[in-house]
Design a binder for this molecule. Structure first.
Ligand code: NAP
Length: 236
C-alpha cells in the first residue's frame, strides 16, 4: 500500500506535528486547513507533498479536496482528522452559532472526510484513519459541554465505523489528548492544572504525533482510543 496521508488541520498545532513526523517516516503528506497560505507555509517547512484549503464542515469542500488529492497525488490510504475548534463557555452562555460550529467542525467534519476517504480505501482493500478526540469528551469538564459532546460523539462514530470497515482491511482509531501546548490551550494557565497531571506538565504536540503514527501503522489495532494525557485526573 502506498503511503499517502491526508492530514486535516495539518497547518498548525497537533496536526502539523503529525504531518511533520509522517514526512520523516516517508509518507506523502497532504496538509489541509481553511487557511491555504498557512497550509502552504507548513507544507514547505516540513517537506510535505501538497497543501489544500478546505473547511471540513462543508461537504462539497471535502469532496473537492479529495478529488484534488487523487488527481495530484493518488488515492488516500491514511487519514488523520486533527481539524478542530473550541468555544469554551458554560452552556447557558453559549451562542447557538458556537454550538453548531463545534459540532459541525469537530464531529460532522470527520464524518465527511472519513466517508470521502473510505471509497478509495475500500477499493484498495486497505487503509487507516486516526481521529483526534479529547480526554475532555470522556471525563467531562465544566465550560466545555458542547466541545465534550463533539469529541465523545467522535469516539462513538469511530468505534462503529471501525466495525463497519474492518472486513475491508480499514482500521479506525482515536487519539484522545489531554492538555497539549498549542494555540488552542494558549490562554490556559498551566500552573492552575499541573497538580492534576501526574507527569506535572502539559503535553507537547510531538507526544500526540507519536501516538497517531503508532496507530496508523499498527496492523492489528482498530476501534481503540489511545489516551495521551500525562495521567490526567480531570476534576476541575
Ligand atoms: N491542544 C489540546 O490541548 C487538545 C486537547 C485535546 C484535543 N485536541 C484536539 O486536537 C485537534 C488539534 O487541536 P490543536 O490544539 O492542534 O488546535 P490548533 O492549534 O488550533 O489547530 C487547529 C487546526 O485545525 C484547523 N481547522 C480548524 N477549523 C477547521 C475547519 N473548519 N476546516 C479545516 N481545518 C480547520 C486549523 O487551521 P485553520 O484555522 O486554518 O482552518 C488548524 O490547522 C483538535 O481537534 C482539538 O480539538 C487538542
Amino acid at each position: 500500500m502506498s503511503k499517502i496521508c491526508a492530514v486535516f488541520g495539518g497547518s498548525r498545532g497537533i496536526g502539523k506535528a503529525v504531518a511533520k513526523l509522517l514526512v520523516q517516516r516517508d509518507y506523502k503528506v497532504v496538509v489541509i486547513s481553511r487557511n491555504l497560505d498557512v497550509a502552504k507555509a507548513t507544507t514547505e517547512e516540513i517537506g510535505g507533498h501538497l497543501a489544500l484549503g478546505c473547511d471540513v464542515s462543508k461537504e462539497q469542500d471535502v469532496h473537492r479536496t479529495f478529488q484534488e488529492i487523487v488527481k495530484n497525488v493518488g488515492n488516500v490510504n491514511y487519514l488523520v482528522n486533527a481539524a478542530g475548534i473550541n468555544r469554551d463557555a458554560l452552556l447557558f452562555r453559549t451562542k447557538t452559532e458556537d454550538i453548531l460550529s463545534q459540532i459541525s467542525i469537530n464531529l460532522i467534519g470527520p464524518m465527511y472526510t472519513c466517508k470521502a476517504a473510505l471509497r478509495g480505501m475500500v477499493q484498495q482493500h486497505g487503509g487507516a484513519i486516526v481521529n483526534i478526540g479529547s480526554i475532555v469528551g470522556h471525563k467531562g469538564n465544566a465550560g466545555q459541554s458542547v466541545y465534550s459532546a463533539s469529541k465523545e460523539g467522535l469516539v462513538g462514530f469511530s468505534k462503529s465505523l471501525a466495525k463497519e470497515v474492518a472486513r475491508k482491511n480499514v482500521r479506525v482509531n482515536v487519539v484522545a489528548p489531554g492538555f497539549i501546548h498549542t494555540d488552542m490551550t494558549s490562554s490556559i494557565e498551566e500552573t492552575s492544572l499541573d497538580q492534576t497531571i501526574p507527569l506535572r506538565r502539559f503535553g507537547e504536540v510531538e507526544d500526540v504525533a507519536q501516538a497517531v503514527s503508532f496507530l496508523l501503522c499498527s496492523p492489528y489495532i482498530t476501534g481503540h482510543v489511545l489516551v495521551v494525557d500525562g495521567g490526567l485526573q480531570l476534576q476541575i
